[in-house]
Design a protein around this ligand. Structure first.
Ligand code: SAM
Length: 267
């Protein structure tokens, strides 16, 4: 199980303060364990979905052709194959959520994006992962399109976002008017195989008054970018060096463009 293999040397131990506005390249659980409790206002994340561990004719780990041939996640992530035994995966994700819950303040919340799917003809929701955690709401993220050719059930067109909140968490004024079904197109202009749409993360961040935002599976850095756009602070964790570089480059490019805009405004 990943958790037991994740070791970090004492010299790598950092306090939470040092991670502010940093992208940390490492295992999310290991890195989170080095962070202080009650130090984070908001967590927004989308973990790997374990899509390559499939019972169906979909995205199994040895599928090189067929129905998923064109799917972006066909080859998994750059440094992670997304194919764990289901129970192990659920236990790992549950442990990650427990760790996230330890990190958030009493006013904090976790927005945890996941996908339900059909395995062996039965709906596999994610109740095992979120068990015993205070799920306050499930937001439906309605996406456009989707890929599924299974004649046994309707084409899935949404993902879920679990809002897991500590007792004193409150939305920003007027944010509750967004309702609980959100429609955002998938992000297409991003070479990461499973990026968040920036608008989705903007919606989440604007709906809170959070100052420090953590994404423990930050991928291409969308959460950090949205945090910067909204004048908030970010902490990102990502296992793949390639995606860490991608994120840092994306942040730098955005910051340069913002600087140029403000210079042009002064002129
Ligand atoms: C669904 S993607 C997140 C995409 C991100 N929301 C974005 O907008 O680009 C999940 C990410 O988790 C990373 N990952 C997988 N295992 C990890 C681990 N143990 N620790 C940290 N990151 C991990 C993958 O490399 C992948 O980039």
């Amino acid at each position: 199980m990943i958790a037991s293999n994740e070791k970090i040397s004492a010299s790598n131990m950092k306090s939470k303060k040092e991670y502010i506005n940093e992208i940390v390249c490492g295992h999310s659980l290991t890195v989170m364990k080095t962070m202080e409790s009650d130090s984070i206002d908001l967590i927004v994340t989308s973990p790997p979905y374990n899509l390559k561990n499939s019972t169906g004719n979909g995205m199994s780990h040895n599928t090189k052709s067929g129905k998923w041939a064109g799917a972006a996640l066909q080859n998994g992530y750059s440094n992670y194959n997304d194919c764990m035994p289901h129970d192990e995966y659920s236990a790992w994700q549950h442990n990650c959520l427990l760790e996230m819950f330890r990190l958030i303040k009493d006013t904090g919340a976790i927005f945890y994006n996941h996908k339900w799917r059909v395995q062996d003809g039965m709906l596999q929701d994610r109740s095992e992962i979120v068990k015993n955690l205070p799920v306050r709401q499930i937001i439906i993220w309605r996406r456009k399109g989707g890929i599924n050719f299974n004649p046994g059930y309707f084409l899935p067109t949404y993902e879920v976002i679990y809002l897991i909140a500590k007792p004193d968490f409150k939305l920003a004024p007027k944010a509750n008017a967004f309702g609980d079904v959100w429609e955002f197109k998938q992000e297409m202009k991003n070479s990461h195989p499973a990026p968040f749409p920036v608008d989705l993360i903007n919606r989440i961040i604007k709906s809170t008054t959070a100052e420090i935002i953590l994404d423990p599976f930050i991928g291409s850095g969308t959460t950090a970018l949205a945090a910067i756009m909204n004048d908030r602070k970010y902490i990102g964790i990502e296992i793949s060096e390639e995606y860490c570089k991608m994120t840092k480059k994306r942040i730098a490019t955005f910051n340069i463009a913002e600087k140029q805009k403000s210079i042009l405004n002064v002129i």
